[in-house]
Design a protein around this ligand. Structure first.
Ligand code: B12
Ligand code: SF4
Ligand code: SF4
Length: 412
């Protein structure tokens, strides 16, 4: 059975076909100026309502204890699974000890924001090797700024309300809070799981039985001793191993553990250098990130499309041909990726990834001539990947390896 059949012909998960809905703003939940909140329980309840009014689909509160995750993180780093992402090993214990990152932190308010745009034909595009497959999270505007801004507004609203709490409930007026989205040393998935937003699946992402996994995470660290939520989302992966089996590059040494060095997301986004040849055929047309382990997950049939206009695809990135993207010069690249997560990899990284995609595309005049045009590109990195791609086309009847195995066998 071919990989694509395995992935999409046999139980792969198509997202629900709901149209985008905007959450109604429930005016009665707005705190009126004359109202004062009397207890921390009441504040916690309002924080969730405010969060949802701001567009977050879920909000949960947890404590800062990540002691067992700290051990797992250290073991993961010891194995070198982080590759060149040295920043994951920096900052001492700040990543697993929230109050070492922000002194006085007592609680973490964790939020989720759905990002899957509607009607992007993701399976069709992944199967069409002349098209570029860009991860669903990167089709629209970069999520970092949008989420951080909203979280900061939420933090401000919490602080204003907390300062009015009776003194016997909250004795200090010194409230410390900070919003984070992805970029700081924060263990977002374990914190979100503790806060009741879902469970960490075998693919290492956070998922939820009512929402799947197509969402971003963000958090507010706070010194407020808010009541914490219980996680009623038990791990419901059961015997399923679909994500482990579908991974084109065999990046899971075992369930719940990812060797980032083998993950297409790492290879195309975080990796700044050469893409090792062993992974290139398996990458197919995935030119920015990879979604396979999520696309196959049965819980994603409960995913809902994003309500954010900002996450809708720009420049037809959900259905554009590889050749077309490869023709963007640096100025076009910078213009077309303004405000997008794609910009981070730079024009050179973009061409590198697209060259691999073109090496895996059908042999056509358009593909060959687009590649030949870049043979003398000033970047040696681009040149090398273009040469590899052209070599692939020397045999138009070749069969691409769609899936590779890690050298040491590991079971799922
Ligand atoms: C580094 C990073 C990556 C790396 C490494 C990924 C990884 N699995 O660690 C790469 C570049 C590969 C990557 C890829 C992607 N990423 Co990323 N990434 C991050 C980042 C910045 C740090 C993650 C990290 O600390 N990893 C180190 C590991 C060891 O730590 P951990 O994830 O916290 O894992 C712990 C738990 O899993 C725990 N655990 C819990 N239960 C169990 C059970 C068992 C038995 C075991 C052993 C362990 C265990 O053990 C681990 C150590 O404590 C986070 C943001 C953040 N600050 O957290 C985003 C983040 C995880 N990424 C995200 C996304 C969207 C992606 C991609 C889907 C993007 C794409 N489409 O290409 C892919 C998915 C690949 C995958 N299957 O994970 C989202 C995930 C949202 C979600 N629903 O979970 C995050 C949270 C960003 C965000 N703010 O939304 N990412
Ligand atoms: S994102 Fe793709 S390459 Fe990375 S672990 Fe998931 S399926 Fe494998
Ligand atoms: S595909 Fe299966 S094993 Fe993987 S996260 Fe989803 S339910 Fe869990």
């Amino acid at each position: 059975m071919g990989f694509l059949h395995e992935l999409y012909g046999n139980g792969a998960v198509q997202p629900t076909n709901k149209t985008r809905q905007h959450m109604p703003k429930s005016e009665h939940t707005q705190q009126r100026p004359h109202e004062t909140i009397q207890t921390l329980d009441e504040l916690a309840r309002l924080i969730k309502i405010w969060g949802q009014e701001m567009g977050f689909q879920q909000v949960g509160i947890t404590d800062t204890d990540l002691s067992s995750e700290e051990t797992q993180l250290k073991e993961w780093l010891k194995k070198g699974y982080q590759g060149d992402m040295n920043w994951l090993a920096e900052h001492g214990n700040k990543r697993s000890r929230p109050n070492e990152l922000l002194p006085d932190t007592q609680r973490v308010i964790s939020v989720r924001l759905d990002y899957l745009p509607a009607d992007t034909d993701q399976i069709k595009i992944l199967k069409s090797s002349e098209h570029a497959f860009v991860s669903r999270y990167a089709l629209g505007r970069d999520y970092h700024k949008l989420m951080r801004k909203r979280l900061s507004q939420l933090a401000q609203r919490i602080e204003t309300a907390a300062k009015k709490l009776p003194e016997e409930i909250l004795s200090t007026s010194n409230i410390t809070q900070r919003a984070f989205v992805d970029s700081a040393p924060v263990m977002e998935r374990p914190l979100a799981a503790k806060a009741g937003l879902g469970w960490v699946g075998k693919h290492t992402l956070l998922l939820n039985s009512e929402a799947g996994s197509w969402f971003f995470l963000g958090e507010i660290y706070t010194s407020l001793p808010l009541p914490i939520d219980k996680n009623d989302q038990e791990n419901q992966c059961g015997d399923c191993q679909a994500c482990l089996k579908v991974c084109p590059t065999d990046a899971f040494p075992r369930p719940y553990e990812l060797d980032a060095r083998r993950c297409i997301s790492y290879l195309t986004i975080e990796n700044k250098g050469v893409i090792p040849v062993e992974f290139r055929e398996a990458m197919g047309n995935r030119v920015f990130g990879c979604d396979d382990c999520q696309a196959i997950c049965p819980w994603n049939k409960f995913a809902q499309f994003s309500q954010e206009d900002d996450f809708q695809p720009r420049h037809s990135l959900d259905r554009v041909k590889l050749v077309e993207l490869f023709k963007w010069n640096e100025a076009q690249f910078l213009k077309n990726t303004e405000g997008s997560a794609i910009r981070r990899i730079g024009h050179e990284g973009w061409l590198r990834n697209l060259a691999v995609g073109l090496g895996n595309a059908p042999t056509t005049n358009a593909t060959i001539s687009a590649l030949e045009d870049k043979l003398n590109h000033p970047s040696a990195l681009v040149q090398e990947h273009v040469q590899w791609a052209l070599k692939q086309h020397e045999n138009p009847n070749r069969r691409r390896k769609r899936k590779i195995k890690a050298p040491t066998h590991h079971s799922g």
